[in-house]
Design a protein around this ligand. Sequence first.
Ligand code: PLP
Length: 411
Amino acid sequence: MHQAAPWHNVTFMSKKSKNLSDDTRVTTLGRDPHANFGVVNPPVYHASTILYPNYEDLRDYKYPSSPYGRMGTPGTDALKNALAELEGAHGCRLCPSGLNAVIAGLMSVAGSGDHVLIGDNVYEPIRMSANTVLKRMGISVTYFDPCESMAGLAALFTANTKAVLAESPGSLTFEMMDIPALADLAHDHNAALLVDNTWGTPLHFKAFQHGADISINACTKYVSGHADVMLGAINYSKALAPRVEKTYRALGLCAAPDDVYLALRGLRTMAVRLQRHSETAVYLSHWLKKQPSVARVLNPMLPDDPGHALWTRDFLGGNGLFGIELVPGSDDQVAAFFNSLELFGLGFSWGGYESLAIPAGWESARTASKKLPAGPLVRLHAGLEAVEDLQADLAQALETYAAASNINQGT
Ligand SMILES: *Cc1c(COP(=O)(O)O)cnc(C)c1O
């Protein structure tokens, strides 16, 4: 019925690519120059209607490329094939945003009367979706403390628990979870494990090798890497392929061709960008630990971080996103810190080439975590700028923070 479109071969070199390093595969996957007049990058196809050559082919659904723009173009197939290969997934579907990919993933495995377990440290807007739309669909949610023991988590499963959603490390508070152990626990209870792998990326955390059934990536972040694209990816196992593919199709989801092109372009440099982001983040983290205004650095890449053992066991690399807990200070001090930053921009998202800082105000969002960082918490994204410039920017902001305290005390 559905004949394979010719571009389903665009994973050129992918047969050989299993033996190649990911650093190489990001440059080879999802493109076939010789099917495109020798042009290096797959072109952007803008398509809704796709014409069939004759009545018989239309009647028999023998489409020349894809049946309709919503079901894909050569560009979307190129990106989803490349991401699925890198993740080690059976397949991948592209969504208009990372949030959409998470919710579509949950809707693929849970329905009315079902229960899902969601990590208390997940990307916060997921809670908004779960507490409104999923609830309205009859899906009940229990949030769990990401620092809870496996025995403690086991007690949260009910007979109708269909899915567990975990984010490790949490992208605001950086708790690491034992994903293989969580996968075993979920599977013992006939539930699927969904991992938000945005921090891990398809290069540095192989979610399927560690037991996940679905791995979500907000490609908005490191895959695109240039702060100009909204895009999400649902990667899935063979067992869940029918559920995910049907749900995706039934929801009418698709991704825009220009955004997909930019994400595929970003993918080509992701390995080298991530290396630089992590080097800078590790350097800054070590230095920040020694600063008098910093109480703690939250970064599983650091040897004394509580999540470091899991990170070294399960991850192949890191990136530029981490947190710091400042020594206790007033709101005015916190404002002075942020307002004095020059290279670190104030804004949401991360994974682009530029450095960012936000106050990590988790208190209002958390409902299940027993132990949370005390001081003002700052989330930093170390971009691709020179490390000494970033260090100088943070140094003067920390001095401003401390000086604002002295002003308050009238000294
Ligand atoms: C940003 C983010 C998302 C959501 O992605 P959008 O493309 O912004 O919708 C999901 N999970 C994590 C961990 C994120 O950082």
